[in-house]
Design a protein around this ligand. Structure first.
Ligand code: S3P
Length: 176
């Protein structure tokens, strides 16, 4: 049986572990798990890099915004957002009205380490030494939005199991 009363939304930078944590959290809560990137790919019938390449970032963000609005109303389980899904204050407010927003707060050095090997993220060029600067700029822009989450988890040094347990404890407090 599902162990949450309200749906859960995971936000944070690419590489922060939203999909991995979300999947496990869904299993432990007996709730569905969905990933915004998968939903966008399904809807547009293209991979994320293809969407960026063929339609450009602006079209991707428009599709992402519309889908987030729809999906956040439909979601009754765990939804992992894309790193840039919380595009503005309205979207943060909207998501927070639908359920619990959780921010996976992962330090820049860990993100750089993880994303150096990533092949399919068009927002970053992992072959350049500018990866750290790029991520730092994105993080600075997004932190004011991410940090409005109901629950913030500092993920560094914690295992997947520990992070999920931590989230479950905090959710249980919120849902009392
Ligand atoms: C993006 C993050 C990606 C994906 C797209 C853009 C971003 O999702 O939506 O490549 O702007 O941070 P993940 O955070 O799941 O990697």
């Amino acid at each position: 049986m599902k162990q949450i009363k309200q749906p859960v939304f995971l936000c944070g930078m690419m590489g922060s572990g939203k999909s991995t944590i979300g999947k496990q959290l869904g299993v432990e809560l007996g709730a569905t798990f969905k990933d915004m990137d998968d939903l966008i790919e399904l809807k547009m019938n293209m991979s994320i890099p293809e969407i960026f390449e063929k339609l450009g970032e602006e079209s991707f963000r428009e599709a992402e915004k519309n889908l987030l609005i729809e999906e956040s109303q439909r979601n009754d389980g765990v939804l992992a957002l894309g790193g840039g899904s919380l595009q503005n204050q309205n979207l943060v407010d909207h998501v927070k009205l639908q359920g619990w927003l959780i921010f996976l707060d992962t330090p820049l050095t860990t993100l750089v380490e993880r994303l150096r090997r990533s092949q399919n993220r068009p927002m970053i060029d992992n072959t350049t030494s500018g990866l750290e600067n790029r991520l730092n700029r994105l993080l600075e822009e997004r932190l004011p939005l991410y940090s409005q989450a109901h629950i913030k988890i500092k993920t560094d040094g914690l295992s997947i199991k520990e992070i999920v347990t931590n989230i479950r404890k905090q959710l249980a407090n919120y849902e009392q």
